[in-house]
Design a protein. Structure first.
Length: 235
């Protein structure tokens, strides 16, 4: 605990204006009070708060506006400064990005792709379709090569993004992925067995069984080497 100028323990406050900055409250009760916070150097532990309001000003107000912006994008996780952010939030990595202007053909690797909501990959033949963006995991490609002896460079299965380091268990329908500057929502894994597959690479169609299809939630550019993070899940 920080060293606060004023400490309150086991106190009851009713219909008071409480300036929080520089104060520590332990096991206190507040009824119909107005809290005022400006700098944020305060702590309330084991307190009961009943019918109170919070007034923000200065730095606290600015921070609250920033938090509200992030909250609108989806679930927001609060991290302590001591938490290792990289280890907990970065789950995977983009190995390659690809684009193709013709359906039924492999896609070509490039330096960057631009993802746009309600479209998909800008300049790609599958932009604007039900499956806006397609992803394929390196782990599945490696297993395929070991089983068939067929080398499979990025884009050969017509995927837009090849990624590595994510567990298949985490990649279920509804998962949100922050990838580069963009955000995606997984809409399907593979394709229905009844659907005709119009493209194969050397007689194999890995996207139809292992492909991760997604829609764009937030616009942005994606480069090889960009991190891929699981940011939430929704139905």
């Amino acid at each position: 605990m920080m060293n606060y100028k004023i400490n309150y323990k086991n106190k009851t406050f009713e219909r008071k204006k409480i300036e929080l900055d520089g104060k520590y409250f332990f096991n206190c009760t507040f009824r119909k009070c107005i809290f005022v916070l400006e700098k944020g150097n305060t702590e309330l532990s084991g307190c009961e708060i009943l019918g109170c309001q919070l007034m923000l000003r200065g730095n606290a107000y600015t921070i609250a506006k920033i938090i509200s912006i992030f909250s609108r994008k989806g679930a927001l996780k609060m991290l302590d400064f001591e938490e290792p952010m990289v280890e907990k939030k970065v789950n995977g990595e983009v190995v390659a990005v690809c684009v193709g202007n013709e359906k039924g053909k492999p896609k070509s690797m490039c330096d960057v792709i631009t993802l746009k909501s309600d479209l998909g990959v800008e300049g790609d033949a599958h932009a604007g379709t039900e499956r806006e963006v397609s992803l394929l995991a390196v782990e599945n490609v490696t297993k395929f090569t070991e089983e068939t002896g067929v080398k499979a460079p990025p884009g050969c299965f017509a995927e837009n993004i090849r990624i590595q380091g994510l567990s298949p268990v985490d990649l279920k329908v509804g998962t949100h992925l922050a990838i580069g500057e963009a955000e995606l929502k997984v809409t399907s894994i593979g394709k229905p067995g009844s659907e005709e597959h119009t493209y194969s690479y050397r007689g194999h169609s890995l996207l139809s069984t292992k492909g991760i299809f997604a829609k764009v939630i937030q616009n942005g550019k994606v480069h090889p080497g960009d991190p891929v993070r699981l940011t939430g899940w929704e139905k």
